[in-house]
Design a protein around this ligand. Sequence first.
Ligand code: TXA
Ligand code: MG
Length: 344
Amino acid sequence: METAIIKLTGPDLDPLHDAAKLLREAKLVAFPTETVYGLGAIYSDDDAVYRIFAVKGRPNDNPLILHIWHHDQLLLLTTTIHPKAEKLIDRFWPGPLTVVFPKSTAVSPVITAGLSTVAVRMPSHPVAQELLRLTNIPVAAPSANLSGRPSPTRGEHVIEDLDGKIEMILDAGSCQSGLESTVVMVDGEHPLILRPGSVTREMLEEVLGEPVQIASSHPDERPPAPGMKYRHYAPKAPVFLVEGSKPRIIQKINELLKEQSGSKKSVVIAATENMQFYPCEWVLDLGPSGQPEIAAERLYELLRLCDRLNTDIIFIEGLESNGVGGAVMNRLRKAAEGNVIHVS
Ligand code: TXA
Ligand code: MG
């Protein structure tokens, strides 16, 4: 299949009419959001939604997020809007927060993987907003990567994964935040973060005026966001994540590098000020310590770069878990699977 690749460079959003037309015809269009690129299909056509799963190689028990541009569209999708959900919507939409609602009968079980709930978000990216406005039907969109690969934060990442497989890719350069949206559920006893993101626990607690829990990602428990159980965000080479105090992290990664004894192509991903301490050809810059927003923006780009470098093994410095750092660590721990090393 020939994929139309449309570069959006300036404020002219005219090409989005074609994109919206394709979506309304139940075709697949990848588009930028402020978090990562999404692979969109209208929610009302099961065949189009099935194709999303097929194209990505996504397990069909992993539900999709619906994207809307107007509050009225939410009323189509859910039976009840909890007062706490209303507060969060008022404060954080449009923006990188996904809220889980009881689903209405209009939402197909293909989208929700059979769950009685549906996840909805209103993106703030101007291209996403205009596309959703022109389409005027809610759009189901997972991240626009092949399943298991790092989420795409640039048009070229989407092209890498999906060229030839979908009708259109809208390329508007880099995404702002670089991590997928925070997913939250509010109708249980306590508000619960199912997937951490750049809307942090502290930000949610401030608006709700009560403690917010973060769902356990213990491998033996059933994850409340089904997607969290899969190995995600992962480059091809094994990732070793080293957590603890900075001097000990540096020491440990140096030991691990020595053990490789030059036989393997190793890459270290480190804070800017620590890069100098690694005697290794490839040291990638995760941004200065204490600025997790920069790490969030760069993370997936760097993991994809490791693939392009044909890396054999990757060592990553852990970050402090406050603020967005918590969401970055969540993704890093998943990328590392079992290979998390604690040093004190
Ligand atoms: O930032 C984002 O959220 C991006 C952009 C494109 O909007 N989308 C994204 O979608 O990250 P995806 O499919 O890669 O991740 C959706 C996550 C999965 O972990 C899924 O299990 C969870 O949301 N999810 C979807 N519907 C749910 C539901 N009804 N209940 C609980 N979790 C749900
Ligand atoms: Mg994804």
